[in-house]
Structures are given as C-alpha cells and as structure tokens.
Design a protein. Structure first.
Length: 221
C-alpha cells in the first residue's frame, strides 16, 4: 500500500486540534450535541460505535455539513462499511488490524488506527498509515511514550487519546509529533444523556480558550 490515504482529513483534524470522543445513547440527541460543540467553537466529533445509537447519530450529523464527523470503535471491516455508509468522514480504531485498514482503503476513507506498541506502529506504517491514534495515551506513559516511538518512526503523527484531561491536553498538543488530541471530557456520555448541552458548550468553549486552539465559530448562516 502506498502512503497516507485521504490526507485532507488529517490536515483538517490538525487544524481543529481537538476531537471530542462521543458515546451517545440516543441519536435524537445528535443535533443538539453538534450545536453545543459548534457553539463552543469545536467543529468535529468522533462518534463511537460503542452504542447502537452511534451509527444513526453519524447519519444525522453527516448531513449537516457544518461539523466534521468521524466514527470511533471501528474494530472490523463491517464496521468500516457501516460507518462509511452512514457518512463518516474519518474512522478511528482502538487498535490496528490489517483487514480494517484494507477495507478503509477500499472505501477511500481515512483510518486512524490505534497503536500502543512499536509493533503496532510498525504494522500501521507498513500498511501506509503514518497518522495514528496513540491509545490509551495516559496509561502508556503519555509524552514519554510519544518521544520513545518518535525515535524509530520519525514519520509518525499522533492523535493521543485515553485518559487525557483538559489540564494535560496542552502538553500533548505542544509535542511536535501530535496533530490533534482526542478525549471525552468535552461531551461526557452522562451529560449528553441528561440533555445538559449548556455544560457541553461551556466545556468546549473552555477547552478552546485554555488550549488556544483558535477555532473560530463556524458560520452556519
Ligand atoms: C477513546 O476511545 O479515544 C477514548 O475512550 C477516549 O478516552 P477518554 O474517555 O479517557 O477521554
């Protein structure tokens, strides 16, 4: 396989810098969730397939055009098809699987596979993927792990997630090999389920301000 597939998605994620990882229990909440994120200045979301509502939520958001929508928890080739059919513009996996990578390539969609070891990163790079998710970032040692993997794999670019808080996100974003950070603190599952979208907007706005990620409000007129 050749080099990076669908590089514009990685470029866009690199511009956005922060990817809210979302677990949604009711697809009817999807639009208000997107509004809440956008009102706080964040124009993307990774909707995980950990719940049955995930695909329907992706379907709703992919029609809007004002928010970049990805699918998370892609663990097999059927998930790739389901997420792409629902309109996901990028896919995120917790780990690396060659069948998932092959299906993503066949469907022409960007896949950010999870890596937790040098072996997994080596397999991803061999499959032509050098932009990956470092997962679970904090449990792996965080920045220290990024530095260690960056030695043998200078071409690798990372989206760390797993255990990252707002307090720690800035340190990751300062790392030259990090293009974006993922995390669930902006839109926690319980707040979405409770319909507390005001809290999500506040959290997004606080994240944008503290990380100085400079994402301006999206013009939705
Ligand atoms: C992920 O899938 O990226 C993580 O579950 C997000 O991790 P967090 O909930 O610790 O932010």
């Amino acid at each position: 396989m050749s080099t990076e597939l669908v590089p514009w998605v990685v470029d866009r994620l690199a511009a956005l810098r922060m990817v809210p990882v979302v677990v949604i229990d009711d697809a009817a909440h999807a639009d208000r969730l997107a509004d809440a994120l956008l009102d706080g200045g964040i124009a993307c979301a990774e909707i995980t397939l950990r719940t049955p509502a995930g695909l329907a939520a992706i379907r709703r958001l992919s029609h809007r055009g004002d928010i970049l929508v990805g699918a998370g928890t892609i663990v097999n080739p059927d998930d790739v098809d389901a997420a792409v059919d629902a309109g996901a513009e990028f896919l995120v996996s917790p780990g690396f699987g060659i069948e998932v990578a092959r299906r993503a390539r066949a469907r022409g969609v960007a896949l950010l596979p999870g890596v937790a070891t040098a072996s997994e990163l080596q397999a991803a790079v061999a499959a032509g993927i050098s932009s990956v998710k470092l997962f679970p970032a904090e449990a792996l040692g965080g920045i220290v792990m990024l530095d260690a993997l960056g030695g043998p794999f200078p071409q690798a670019r990372f989206m760390p997630s797993g255990g990252i808080t707002l307090e720690k996100a800035g340190g990751y974003l300062d790392h030259p090999a990090v293009f974006a950070v993922g995390g669930s603190w902006i839109a926690p599952r319980a707040q979405i389920a409770a319909g507390d979208f005001r809290a999500i907007t506040e959290s997004a706005a606080r994240t944008v301000a503290i990380l100085e990620i400079g994402v301006s409000r999206v013009d939705r007129s």
